[in-house]
Design a protein around this ligand. Structure first.
Ligand code: HEM
Ligand SMILES: [Ca+2]
Ligand SMILES: [Ca+2]
Length: 306
């Protein structure tokens, strides 16, 4: 936690001075950065590999970096901009010292807190990656229709357990999703031409208004948490109990006997959720941390040093 005590002691504050006004101007940037951190940690560890921008133009060509992969396509630019702004402020005070991977971890923490979630200490000392390989993305991130088996397997591959899966999925207490990720549940669940029988019928109806079967806009998004979409609270779990989960992967956590007790526990107690979330964020933030010469300290997060 005091990794930069001698070299950039105020780093938490410097990042905080950027994230707070950003959140005030545009609260949607918060969930976007939180998701960015998750997509970083699950692909080659928390090393800012997700932040590398492709160079040159090859429209329609093969993917060049992680960001080019479909899984990462709709990560909003504002999330990348937020990290870049925080990094620029840190560079001004302590040039060449703090990695983008650490700035991303700090910014994600800040945005959780700004939305009403827990404030937890963030360990530092992650080096930035020297590469960003599109081939590492496939299979590293679960899908919106993943089964609990698949979710557990992908998390286990990162050293994370069922408790982490349930606690971290609670991040879906904030933020929005595009229709494509759940439209199958509204009209044709697993080829039945019926909605997912598990989803609350009123929610099906409401979501159909935003997401028509055909001809809808690819830009439409709906909130994950129907009750408090901007508040980082434990409403996500009560929603799962009420069959108001948005993604198949969300609702599955309540349907599976292995994860259901954990959902019930966190639904019942906000403080318990905050504790569990902070502990699991610490574990996720420690996945495959690079040290020493295995990594670099980028100046600009979208560009390798070279
Ligand atoms: C358990 C497996 C997970 C699956 C299958 C999953 C899937 C998704 C999907 C499909 C979206 C919507 C993206 C879009 O349409 O733009 C989304 C959004 C989001 N995810 Fe997850 N996710 C998972 C875990 C996590 C974790 C571990 C975190 C963070 C700790 C997280 C944080 C978020 C946030 C905050 C958003 C909203 C983003 C925004 O509003 O810009 N997710 N997720
Ligand atoms: Ca990474
Ligand atoms: Ca909420």
């Amino acid at each position: 936690m005091d990794f930069y005590a001698k070299t950039c002691a105020a780093v938490d504050q410097i990042v905080g001075n950027v994230t707070a006004p950003l959140f005030r101007d545009n609260p949607a940037a918060g969930p976007a950065v939180l998701r960015l951190f998750y997509h970083d940690c699950f692909v080659e560890g928390c090393d800012a590999s997700i932040l590398i921008a492709p160079t040159g133009s090859n429209a329609g060509g093969p993917p060049r970096v992680e960001r080019d992969m479909e899984e990462n396509r709709n990560l909003p630019q504002e999330a990348f901009d937020a990290v870049e702004m925080a990094k620029a402020a840190v560079e001004k005070a302590c040039p060449g010292v703090v990695t983008c991977a650490d700035v991303l971890a700090l910014a994600a923490r800040d945005f959780v807190h700004l939305a009403g979630g827990p404030y937890y200490q963030v360990k530092k000392g992650r080096k930035d990656s020297k590469v960003s390989l599109p081939g590492k993305v496939r299979g590293s991130l679960p899908r919106a229709n993943s089964t609990v088996d698949e979710l557990l397997r992908v998390f286990a591959a990162k050293g994370l357990g069922a408790g982490d899966l349930v606690a971290l999925s609670g991040a879906h207490t904030v933020g929005f999703a595009h229709c494509a990720h759940f439209v199958g549940r509204l009209y044709d669940f697993r080829g039945t031409r019926q909605p997912d029988p598990v989803m609350d019928a009123r929610l099906v109806k409401a979501l159909r208004m935003s997401c028509p079967f055909t001809g809808g806009s690819a830009r439409v998004v709906v909130p994950f948490d129907v009750s408090t979409p901007f508040q980082f609270d434990h409403a996500y779990y009560a929603n799962l109990q009420a069959r108001l989960g948005l993604l198949g992967s969300d609702q599955a956590l309540f349907l599976d006997a292995r994860t259901r007790p954990l959902v019930q526990e966190l639904a019942a107690d906000k403080e318990r959720f905050f504790q569990a979330f902070a502990a699991s964020m610490d574990r996720m933030g420690s996945v495959r941390v690079k040290k020493g010469r295995k990594g670099e300290v980028r100046r600009v997060c979208s560009q390798h040093l070279h």
